[in-house]
Design a protein around this ligand. Structure first.
Ligand code: GDP
Ligand code: MN
Length: 380
């Protein structure tokens, strides 16, 4: 389960990691009131479960309560990569001298938590890893040994933090973040940026926090953070329709039958140079009605520019899926292109049905890779 920034910061605070004082607001009026209570300049921050809010206009400084109200008005309702902002976090604005980056992820390959720390914070960590890999210090923690003070020292010195005051504060935060990670059963805790103020004070300006779903029963307080009203409306609609659906950030809609094939399809779209808009699994049945429902969910996402059907018929029959696609095209006006790869049981019949329908936005490709390439090309 992913936590909102303000929820992650609440946990940070419980573990003694310094954060700014703040309040949650759902309306511009509440934002004004929050700013009044906090006093001084504030920052108004969209609370959505996606990164890059700053670049998308979801993080804005405000000089006074009236300005905070105005900025909240601009941010609430904003669509950030398919996530509509319902709440803003108002916190005391910080002055920033430096922006660092600190995270712990669970490295599944090594089966150990992995620390990453760099003084090149504020930007996406993938950029640092690609452009200046030496600037990024990575260190695994043996869970049997647990956290040791040398770990913090190696991270801080390794990244080249020279100021003694910073070294001490960051080392302290590193130890606390580790406790927070372990004791919350987190899969990810990320602070980007971890800032140094002009006065030399270090604090967490942002939080990205993922808790292991399977451990939520041990954390009723964290489980309560789940905000069903802020749940993705598309995912809610899919649940209503009984469609297995996870929204992603790209523009190629995906529909496969079976979780394994659907996941492989996500990979193949990436291999073909595209970005998947979702994961959607028709399941083993894959009857016409199911296909109609899935297409309704997928095409409801305005980011979707093309749809890729990847069907391998076992129990699922190719002709049934083909009929479902045509039925969906009859019932809804779908303007975007649909690429279909059909194989397995009754694939021949299915392809024939689609060919006979001769729809201008329907493309049938012989292989998974060719279909993915076509869908990616059409999404451009
Ligand atoms: P993200 O874009 O979703 O990662 O959101 P962040 O919380 O990291 O904020 C984006 C950027 O806004 C930060 O990297 C800062 O540069 C800036 N920012 C956020 N809070 C403050 C603040 O209190 N003061 C100042 N000056 N800038 C801030
Ligand atoms: Mn950030």
């Amino acid at each position: 389960m992913d936590l909102h920034e303000y929820q992650g910061k609440q946990l940070f605070k419980q573990f003694g990691i310094p954060v700014s004082e703040g309040r949650l607001a759902a309306t511009p009026e509440e934002a004004r009131k929050a700013a009044e209570e906090i006093g001084g300049p504030v920052v108004v921050k969209a609370q959505v479960l996606t990164g890059g809010r700053g670049k998308a206009g979801g993080v804005k400084l405000a000089d006074d309560p009236a300005d905070a109200e105005q900025k909240a008005k601009e941010i609430i309702g904003l669509d950030i990569r398919g996530h509509v902002v319902e709440k803003v976090w108002i916190e005391s604005a910080s002055e920033i001298a430096k922006e660092y980056y600190l995270s712990i992820t669970f490295d599944r390959g090594v089966k150990q938590p992995l620390f990453m720390f760099t003084t090149q914070g504020g930007v996406e960590i993938e950029e640092v890893a690609a452009n200046d890999p030496d600037a990024l210090v990575r260190l695994h923690v043996d869970p049997l040994e647990g956290f040791q003070p040398w770990i913090a020292r190696r991270l801080v010195y390794g990244a080249g933090v020279e100021d003694a005051g910073e070294q001490k504060q960051i080392a302290d935060i590193i130890g606390k973040l580790y406790r927070c990670f372990v004791e919350s059963d987190a899969m990810l805790t990320e602070i980007n940026p971890l800032i140094v103020t002009p006065e030399g004070e270090v604090k967490a300006l942002d939080s990205k926090f993922t808790v292991d779903d399977s451990a939520l029963y041990r954390h009723p307080d964290i489980a309560e953070f789940r905000d069903t009203s802020a749940a993705d409306p598309l995912e809610a609609f899919a649940r209503e329709k009984g469609v297995v659906y996870v929204k992603l950030d790209g523009d190629v809609g995906i529909c496969g039958n079976g979780a394994g094939l659907s996941m492989s399809t996500v990979d193949v779209v990436v291999v073909a140079g595209g970005r998947p808009a979702n994961f959607c699994d028709l399941g083993g049945g894959g009857n016409a009605e199911g296909v109609v429902d899935a297409l309704e969910v997928i095409t409801r996402d305005p980011q979707v520019k093309s749809v890729l059907f990847n069907i391998f018929g076992g129990i699922t029959r190719g002709d049934e899926v083909a009929r479902g696609i045509l039925e969906a095209l009859d019932r809804m006006s779908i303007a975007i292109p649909i690429v279909v790869r059909l194989d397995g049981t009754n694939a021949e019949e299915g392809r024939k049905i689609l060919a006979e329908a001769a729809k201008s936005n329907l493309f049938v490709e012989p292989t998974m890779l060719e279909a993915a390439k076509k869908a990616v090309e059409l999404a451009r």
